[in-house]
Every structure is written in C-alpha cells, then in structure tokens.
Design a protein. Structure first.
Length: 168
C-alpha cells in the first residue's frame, strides 16, 4: 500500500514520492515528464472533475476560462465543450436530459468526446413511468397461496406447537 499519483493514476510505494506540496502527490516517473505535459494531464483530470460536481460554480467557469493558456488542440476542444455545458446546464441533476431536449448537437459532441457513453444514458435519466396503482388487480389470500405456497400449516393448528423455542 502506497500513495496515489494524481498524474498517472497509479498507486506507487512511498519511496517514489518526495517533498511537500505537489511533489507529494506526483510520482518520480511523472515528475520526469515535461512541465507542459504534466500540467495538461492534471488540468484534464480537473476538468473531468467539474462534471462530477453537483454544481459547476462561477469560480469553476472562471477556472475553465483560465485554462486557455495550455497549448494542446485536444485539451482545448475538451475545455471548450465542458465550458459550453457549464454555461447551459451547470447543475448535475438532469444535465444530460436538458441537453438532449434543447442542445442535441452539444450532446452529440459530448458523446463523440467520450463524456457520456451514448444517447441512451440521457434517456435513462428521464423521469420513470408512474405506475397507476388504481389498475391493480384485487388479491385475496388464496391467490397468494397459489403463487407462494400456503402460509398456514393445516396439520398443526395448535398455537403452542407452532411457536419456535429460542434458548435464551
């Protein structure tokens, strides 16, 4: 059991980490990466974390705008997409349902980028069908006995013999 590296996502022995602050969260192998690459990896994890939050706040949106300084086309496409999602649907609850109803092109871009599995995930978040309990059939004890077996033993009608003797 060791520490978790924020950069590569692996658990490594304590000896592979050193120092304080960010050095304590990034392993020795990841510290050998170029600084720009390391910042891009950490920022990508940060961006994906925004989608897991209950609410993408204004501070998070400002942070997404600040990450424009990273020069990587794939990262900038991801950042732009999440920024658009944050502006249109900052709340996590029913985010994908709202986008599927109003912004189908944005939802398709999210599917293409791999943020959600496919369109069926947005459909799963819709409100479940409400079952009408007034249409339920009338049940009686004989129907229950037919389905699950008899609940009473016709041979033992004596209440003393049907009780379970617990030894305490």
């Amino acid at each position: 059991m060791g520490r978790y590296c924020d950069c590569c996502g692996t658990e490594r022995p304590y000896e592979n980490f050193g120092g304080r602050g960010q050095r304590a969260r990034i392993c020795r192998e990841c510290r050998k990466l170029p600084k720009a690459e390391r910042q891009r990896i950490l920022a990508t994890g940060e961006i994906y974390g925004f989608l897991d939050q209950k609410n993408i706040s204004q501070k998070n949106i400002d942070r997404l705008k600040d990450l424009a300084s990273i020069d990587n086309e794939a990262f900038q496409a991801l950042r732009g997409l999440i920024l658009e999602i944050a502006m249109l649907a900052p709340r996590k609850r029913r985010r994908w349902k709202l986008l599927s109803a109003n912004q189908k092109d944005l939802l398709q871009r999210a599917v293409d980028m791999g943020l959600i599995e496919d369109d069926c995930e947005a459909d799963e978040l819709e409100d479940p069908e409400v079952y009408d309990f007034t249409q339920m059939p009338d049940w009686n004890e004989s129907d229950f006995d037919e389905m699950y077996g008899s609940t009473t033993d016709p041979e033992n009608t004596n209440s003393e013999s049907s009780e379970i003797d617990i030894p305490f």
